[in-house]
Structures are given as structure tokens and as C-alpha cells.
Ligand binder design. Sequence first.
Ligand code: SF4
Length: 59
Amino acid sequence: MSIQVVPQRCPQNHRCPSVRVCPVGALVQEGHAAPQVDESKCIDCGRCVRSCPLGALRE
Ligand code: SF4
């Protein structure tokens, strides 16, 4: 797995904007918690990393 979620950088009180940009539905968010990456779906495209304004996702 190359995409990592950094919970300390995520405010966890909002709808993660990166979930919408994932082309394969690999980024999932339960409520307003920090999102998780489904490794079985992720194709490492990096779109979620580029779309997070707080740098809470990294490759
Ligand atoms: S790297 Fe691409 S496929 Fe993987 S979680 Fe991010 S947006 Fe989705």
C-alpha cells in the first residue's frame, strides 16, 4: 500500500473531499472520521493525495 492517511492532519469533522475524486471508490469515510483506503481497490493514481487541501493523504 502506498497511500497513507495521516489522521493527525485530518480535522475529521467534515465530508472528505478526496472521497469524491477517487475513480474506483477505494477511499471510504465512516461518518466524519478520517477516511480509509481499501487496498484491494486502490490503483495508486494519486488523485486523492492531490485533492486533500490539508495534506492528510500521502504517497
Ligand atoms: S490513489 Fe487513486 S485509487 Fe487510490 S484511493 Fe487515492 S484516488 Fe483512489
